[in-house]
Design a protein around this ligand. Sequence first.
Ligand code: PMP
Length: 427
Amino acid sequence: ARADITYFGAGPAALPTDVLEAAAQALIDYKDTGLGIAEHSHRSALAETIINEAKADLASYLDIPAGDYETVVMQGGGTGEFSASVYNLVGAWVARQHAAIVKELGGEGAADEAAVVAALRARVETGLKLDYLVTGSWSLKAYQEAVRLLGPEYVNLAADSRTINDGQFGKIPDPSTWKLSKDAAMVYYCDNETVDGVEFPEFPAVLAPGADGTGPLVVADMSSNILSRRIPVANYALLFFGAQKNLGSTGVAVAIIRKTLLPPAISQPSPALMRKLGLPIPPIVLQYEIIAKNNSLYNTLSIFDVYIAGLVLKKLLQTYPDKVDGQQAVADKKAKLIYAALDAHPDVYRVVPDKTARSRMNICFRVTKNGNVDEAEKAFLKEATSQNLIGLKGHRSVGGIRASNYNSIPVAGAEKLARFIEAFAKA
Ligand code: PMP
């Protein structure tokens, strides 16, 4: 039965049972309207209230600087954001260069259109760069998508963990070795690598804004660790996450965008100009300014999924008066419990990532007991399942064991897993 099970799946992840009970009721009859939440129009006042409350609660929980950021809900998952970030940040880079060139050539009206395009083309050729820090399979996928959309000439592999770790992920290269471009359209990284169990211990200081307040345009994928620790939101141009791990149900993704990347500060260049430059324009559902202008309702949004996310946020705000700091303390405590049990038996378990980059959310390890890893891991999974500890199989691309320690895992669940890890080692 549900109440007996602790589910360590990597995503979709478990959701709090009381949230699902409320959502199940809302699916049939939302607030005595006679219609379920998935049947009501996304244009209705109640849908708008659900979106606005979820946005406000997210802003409160994460301390998103008021007025400086726009939050949008989108539908292409984390993968859609790999593409959206490329299109929109390249567009913003071109818009900035365009404005600078027009100014250099005498200003709006005076500047000759053909000369502007020629200068812009030259600048694209020499200066357009997207920097990627590849520290695991998801940042690798994002990097590959940038190469696919733009061509390799515009994409800079600024760091690759595999070059310092025998071809495997598991470490984060020292920031002093990162090859960052000058005036990059963005610097992209994945804060927590779900498959490889690698998490940035903190915001990389080399990417922080300088004393004058300006710095690189940092973009981060926080799909698998959002809402689990405090983040310096003001350091990011863009951060995004799919809902299906710490926020809610599969089907929506959230992007938090610095307003200086949106109108009225900046507008995406016209499709005609981008064609002249040989650069792609986003499909309209991936264009942030369109989604932002329409409060995430440019097209039909799954209000049910936003509703679930909203319930999770309300529960978090009720549970933790000190907001995300409260959840962070619990997440850290659970991760420590599980890693301590693993570290206590180095003859039986090998934690995959380096100690300096261990994820608090996805705990990846091998079971080396008796030398036969395959057999030992099969036995580990079988016995864990018999004790209602499920979802522990590692990602198919890397194998091994992965315990996803998301917010919905209670401390008691982490304790139960730690006890099992101990007992299995001793048996
Ligand atoms: N980024 C990270 C860190 C992920 O863990 C995942 C999915 N597990 C994705 C991106 C891709 O998300 P989606 O499946 O929603 O496209």
